[in-house]
Design a protein around this ligand. Structure first.
Ligand code: PGA
Length: 254
């Protein structure tokens, strides 16, 4: 199965001001010029509408870093999937380890995935273990995150979901600390096997799997070629325009 290459830029809680967000986005636009694949930019919620609604091109798509599962009403501080759709967001990252650390549960994530799908957003479900042990117990963590996160999601909805595998211990470091291509591949195979316990093979085959955790220009070629994934969830490098551009060009050329 041939997958489209996907790069998701996760800006997290950066940059500090709208002016700087516009500047960063202008640089990303330039970098995206020759990218062959899907590029999804996920700015912080306060900047998302401004960037998405003023963007006139077609190369970049927009995503949010979270969403609430209710459609609206008395939920101070939250925002719905329909609200995101109305400002031209098409994707939403759900279950990122930095949100799980703040208390988000697999059950919350599951409700958010259902709400995102119902509104026509593409959920990017992030899964990953905090650490690795010699006995391989971390596989159970991933299995549980997948099974609980996708509970009740239909066969026909599964291909609309992107899975981002992000080993927590490899996030925010350097290329040499990222996971090695063979280990990424082992996990990509495990993820598909786990999905195949519940879903028909043809649906599982259509699910794009990304890798995240210190993806840098120096390691993306190896992981994309031998890691069994079709793209990346990129944190810190997405805030560094020159290196992000370099990364996109390495990925394009593969
Ligand atoms: P990183 O972040 O690329 O800085 O490791 C990835 C992520 O947390 O999504």
């Amino acid at each position: 199965m041939k997958y489209q290459k996907i790069v998701v830029a996760n800006w997290k809680a950066n940059p500090p001001t709208l002016i700087e967000a516009r500047k960063l986005f202008a640089a990303v636009k330039k970098a995206a010029g020759s990218f062959r694949g899907a590029l999804v930019v996920c700015p912080p919620a306060p900047f998302l509408a401004d960037l998405a609604l003023s963007y006139r091109g077609s190369r970049i798509r927009f995503g949010a870093q979270d969403v609430f599962y209710e459609k609206g009403g008395s939920f101070t501080g939250e925002y719905s999937a329909d609200m995101l759709r109305s400002i031209k967001a098409q994707y939403v990252i759900l279950g990122h380890s930095e949100r799980r650390r703040l208390g988000e549960t697999n059950e919350d994530i599951n409700k958010k995935i259902a709400a995102a799908l119902a509104a026509g957003l593409t959920p990017i479900l992030a899964v990953g273990e905090k650490g690795r042990d010699a006995e391989g117990n971390y596989f159970q963590t991933i299995e549980e995150q997948l099974k609980k996160g996708l509970s009740g999601i239909s066969d026909s909805s599964l291909p609309k979901i992107i899975i981002a595998y992000e080993p927590v211990w490899a996030i925010g470091k350097r290329a040499e600390d990222a996971m090695k291509p063979n280990d990424v591949q082992e996990m990509a195979i495990f993820i598909r096997k786990t999905l195949a316990q519940k879903y028909p093979r043809n649906a599982v085959d259509k699910v794009a799997i990304l890798y995240g955790g210190s993806a840098e220009p120096e390691n993306v070629a190896g992981i994309l070629t031998d890691g069994g994934v079709s793209g990346f969830l990129v944190g810190h490098v997405s805030l560094e325009p020159a290196r992000f551009k370099e990364m996109l060009s390495v990925i394009s050329d593969l």
